[in-house]
Design a protein around this ligand. Sequence first.
Ligand SMILES: Cc1cc2nc3c(=O)[nH]c(=O)nc-3n(C[C@H](O)[C@H](O)[C@H](O)COP(=O)(O)OP(=O)(O)OC[C@H]3O[C@@H](n4cnc5c(N)ncnc54)[C@H](O)[C@@H]3O)c2cc1C
Length: 412
Amino acid sequence: MEFDMPPADDPRRLAVREWVADNPTPSDRELAESGYVVPHWPQPWGVGADPMHQLIIAEELDAAQILMPKNAIGIGWAAPVIWMAGTEAQKARYLPGIFSDEERWCQLFSEPDSGSDLASLSTRAERDGDEYIINGGKIWSSGAHDSQFGILLARTDPDVPKHKGISYFLFPMDAPGTTMTPVIDMTTAHSFNQVYFDDVRIPADLRIGEEGDGWRLAKVTLANERVGLSSGGALWGAGPGTDDLLELIRANGPVADPLMRQRIAQLYAESEVLRLNQLRTLSAQIAGETPGPEASIQKIMSDEIGQSIMEVAKDLVGASGMLTGSGPTGLVPKNKQGGPTEVNFPRGAEAEVADVDPIWHYGFLFSSALTLGGGTFAIQRNIVAEHVLGLPREPNVEQGMSWSETRSRQPA
Ligand SMILES: Cc1cc2nc3c(=O)[nH]c(=O)nc-3n(C[C@H](O)[C@H](O)[C@H](O)COP(=O)(O)OP(=O)(O)OC[C@H]3O[C@@H](n4cnc5c(N)ncnc54)[C@H](O)[C@@H]3O)c2cc1C
């Protein structure tokens, strides 16, 4: 790590503190209007912050326990593409609602037959005058049942190479002809949906960018996630992390089993490597350099470490770990305190053991998704192999694209 955090009297810190003093419990709209939701954006959306300034803002808001709006797909993925390729009218209409979380967004990319090979998607958008008619369907659409809009990829030209015939749309989820069914995952939460489009007509001015330019924009969407500023939790930045688990282990006495001690030590060592690697990425960004291979290995490492954290947490309580609601600190009787505990992350999950933080059980079940969503572990390794290590491309090269290039989820 080659940077020091600016001192307590740095004017950028003082400016954030002054704002916090005036807005100790800001609404999402107030946060959006302050520019702190996307500080690296130019005004009026952000404050034009460089990476160090972003870190300061994140630290200060964190210290004041101010949470950002929850519209992750809207803020992280939809907004940058609207900003880059949208018309002035699209920016003015959609960006304020995204940043204030008054309009929630979902991502309508994956299809039952197009996941890793996303460019093979078959949902159709046919031009009819000043409208498009959408037919087809999407799956794994996280939070679609909670969203007002979705970013939609659809095929506008089936007669050109697959990645050239795709267009990108801003899709109103209440458009007539749109239906969805819930997909309940093994945590019992309803976070996914299967979405169907049956002759759905949307205005042509909901297309973003040129017709056929959707693939390029899709890659921008997913590469445009904000600079990772915090160490974050095991579940894609949310939930507990290695430090939380170690703290519980310390508080609950020594671990006698030598194999378990070894696993805990290994988890600690790997988490430290990940933390230092994150700082290396950040250090490069602060120095104005483009992050190199360290950014590519970040997702692979953090997802696998996330799974280890949850596995160790369950295994610590031995066979009891198999029971619903158990976590690293042992078991208490079901519903001891009179009912299931609500978990806020991610949506609707419930636990049956009152005294154990339900996030551990939920996190254990959810953690297998970490190495699938956002580009699977195999696709990430293909990307590292081909684009970082310079190894030969996979044999399944189609129209000049390797398999890993057919997936939009490129390294940051
Ligand atoms: C928690 C979660 C949230 C998600 N949210 C959304 C969302 O909101 N919107 C959305 O559009 N999608 C979403 N997805 C879908 C996600 O993008 C896909 O699951 C992912 O891209 C993989 O596609 P697939 O499931 O079709 O698997 P497939 O592509 O069918 O892969 C199946 C298996 O084959 C392997 N494989 C595939 N190709 C190769 C290759 N070339 N080399 C080696 N191995 C390969 C994969 O690694 C995997 O193990 C979400 C997924 C998860 C888990």
